[in-house]
Design a binder for this molecule. Structure first.
Ligand code: SF4
Length: 238
């Protein structure tokens, strides 16, 4: 596993659980608002954390943490993801996988063999502009993500489906379309995440462009069923 960072403690990344977060390098998307450009373009710029080091850390967290969030970058690109998940589960920690959903078959296999305890899935755009927003040529991309959401629902895997919103990327019409696409596969709870207008991102021209205010976004979600807004501190504000 190409582990390039660990958040040792989090109350917001694994809903209802105390968790650590493992960040792996590499991604097959290039989202303009991505706050981990170094993990996407140049993971080697961050110190490599060996699996031995990680599992040594986890051993000391027995009884203190409920679980591990595997995030990135895009974890499903990692060749050793399945044995890594199995080893964490064998230590009696829960596992939440955060994924962009581009490789649903990998997630199906991992769940079927190791049992995932939660999934965090980014639903990035309406189907007709999915490749544009993800900056990825993968065919049928939005459909793949919806397939993964359906899989989680059918298998009762607790699910956090979220979308980062910036006005220059997603309009109100886009959000309405996305709500309807998600409802069509049976998803109820959907969370819109405010764009974090600070730090290093892939396309820093976004920092200069007008984006949604909390008030505007809250007015949009008033019209959408089962939709929340998560503020910049990770807390749901509606
Ligand atoms: S935000 Fe996009 S580019 Fe960044 S890690 Fe996630 S999927 Fe990859």
């Amino acid at each position: 596993m190409n582990i390039r960072g660990i958040r040792r403690f989090s109350l917001v990344d694994f809903p209802g659980k105390m968790a650590c977060v493992v960040f792996v390098g590499d991604c097959n998307f290039r989202c303009a608002y991505c706050h981990n450009p170094c993990l996407v373009f140049d993971p080697e710029s961050q110190p490599l954390i060996s699996e031995d080091e990680f599992f040594g850390f986890l051993e000391k967290r027995r009884g203190k943490l409920d679980g591990v969030v595997i995030s990135g970058g895009e974890p499903t690109l990692q060749k050793n993801l399945l044995p890594f998940v199995k080893k964490i589960k064998a230590m009696d920690f829960l596992v939440k996988l955060d994924t962009n959903g581009s490789l649903p078959e990998k997630v199906f296999a991992i769940h079927n063999e190791a049992g995932l305890d939660a999934l965090g899935i980014d639903y990035k755009a309406p189907l007709d502009k999915y490749n544009e927003i993800a900056c990825s040529p993968i065919p049928e991309l939005g459909r793949k993500v919806l397939d993964l959401i359906k899989f989680a629902l059918v298998n009762n895997i607790p699910l956090d489906v979220r979308t980062t919103v910036h006005k220059a990327l997603l309009s109100e019409d886009d959000l309405i379309k996305m709500r309807s696409e998600l409802s069509a596969v049976g998803l109820k709870q959907w969370t819109l995440q405010q764009f974090n207008n600070s730090g290093d991102i892939i396309d820093d021209s976004l920092l200069e462009k007008e984006t949604w205010t909390d008030r505007e976004l809250l007015a949009v979600v008033e019209k959408l069923p089962d939709t929340n807004v998560r503020g910049l501190n990770g807390i749901i504000i509606r």
